[in-house]
Ligand binder design. Structure first.
Ligand SMILES: O=C(O)c1ccc[n+]([C@@H]2O[C@H](COP(=O)([O-])O)[C@@H](O)[C@H]2O)c1
Ligand SMILES: Cc1cc2nc[nH]c2cc1C
Length: 361
């Protein structure tokens, strides 16, 4: 199953350990200017709560007086998982490839949300057992039909990990070339909540029972079985400590692509809006690989998936929404974009006390 590729399909011609290169710090000058403007707008100071914080952060990250979330780029990374053979998902593996087609033809939730937002949707096929082949609107970056079953061996080789990280970085290059103001990474992969939970357990030194959840809809017995599968995998890969090794042993191609995308975005000064459980596991791996990328992350929502809370806490992240979503695809992040747009519209468009002739306190 884990047929390795010789050359990463999407490797940028850069340094082999590009993900370790420094991430710039957000611009403190623009943050100060945005804070000063917020204090002058016609409202009691602080009365727009988190929307004020959001506008100030976006101004600082985008290094501008007028932050915006009009040009949004969404990359959905799809890949299959060897661990699906352990019976850890409520759905069959064929769904991953079928959903790639659905993303491209416009019928998936994230396709609908992207259209509603006027966002660009890029679909990246990193390897699906039920391969839809060449389809319009899908970037093929196939690494292998699936990862290996990580209960038996590392999920991927070092070359495959590098290919997946580079595929994520390539998406960020595409987003930057399109002058995107915000990057959203989505994922699709039957079995990937098992991979994300196993990775999270290893990174957080937490037991599987704390982080294994229902995924696409397992019942209690299914979740117990999934936790046992994760414990077996953790025991097998116990000797591996670095985030890079853990990503290779327990990750998925789409999870590693998200990790690469988050780091590349930070290196390119492009803010990211992190989606649900799987995306947040990838974000934690990214922060462990390159801590400077944390500053460039906004967190969209708290997923219904058990274990997301622990990941958010480890990242000191306060998500914007808590709607019981557990779909993935970047859908929760897309749903949060209108909040960012409201924050920016208010920041850029409100009158100051002086302009409106309104008395200050
Ligand atoms: O993003 C989330 O929080 C989330 C939570 C549960 C499930 N998912 C999605 O469901 C799929 C994985 O579920 P499973 O049960 O096959 O591991 C995968 O395609 C994810 O996008 C996503
Ligand atoms: C139908 C379906 C759509 C999805 N989108 C993300 N994960 C998914 C899992 C399933 C099963």
């Amino acid at each position: 199953m884990n047929t390795s590729v010789a050359a990463p399909p999407d490797a940028p011609a850069t340094d082999a350990r590009w993900w370790s290169a420094e991430c710039p710090a957000p611009d403190a000058g623009w943050a100060d200017a945005a804070l000063r403007r917020q204090a002058q707008l016609t409202k009691p100071p602080g009365s727009l709560g988190e929307l004020e914080t959001l506008a100030v952060r976006l101004a600082s990250l985008q290094a501008t007086a007028t932050p915006g979330a009009d040009r949004v780029w969404i990359s959905v990374f799809a890949a299959d998982h060897g661990v699906a053979a352990e019976g850890v998902s409520a759905f069959p593996q064929a769904v991953t490839g079928e959903m790639v087609r659905n993303f491209a033809s416009g019928g998936a939730a994230v396709s609908v949300l992207a259209r509603a937002l006027g966002a660009t949707l890029e679909v990246v096929n990193l390897g699906t057992v039920n391969d839809p082949g060449e389809i319009a609107g899908v970037r093929r970056a196939v690494i292998a039909p699936s990862t290996a079953n990580f209960c038996e061996q590392p999920a991927m080789t070092d070359a495959q990990l590098q290919a997946a990280l580079a595929a994520g970085a390539r998406s960020v290059q595409n987003a930057v070339a399109a002058r995107a103001q915000l990057f959203i990474g989505g994922e699709m992969g039957i079995g990937n909540t098992t991979s994300a939970a196993a990775l999270a357990c290893a990174l957080l030194d937490a037991p599987a029972s704390a982080l294994a959840g229902a995924g696409t809809g397992l019942d209690g017995a299914g979740i117990s079985h999934k936790a046992q599968v994760i414990e077996r995998a953790l025991a097998r890969h116990a000797g591996n400590a670095s985030a890079l090794r853990l990503l290779a042993c327990l990750g998925g191609f789409e999870i590693a692509a998200l990790t690469g995308a988050y780091i590349a975005a930070a290196q390119s000064r492009l803010p990211v809006l992190v989606d649900g459980f799987i995306a947040t596991a990838a974000a934690l791996a990214a922060v462990r690989l390159n801590p400077g990328c944390r500053d460039w992350m906004l967190f969209a929502h708290r997923s219904h998936e058990q274990g997301h809370g622990a990941l958010l806490q480890a990242l000191s992240a306060r998500p914007l929404l808590d709607l019981g979503l557990r779909l993935g695809e970047g859908s929760g992040a897309a749903v949060a974009v209108p909040l960012l747009r409201s924050a920016c519209a208010l920041h850029n468009g409100m009158a100051t006390f002086a302009q409106a002739g309104v008395s200050t306190a």
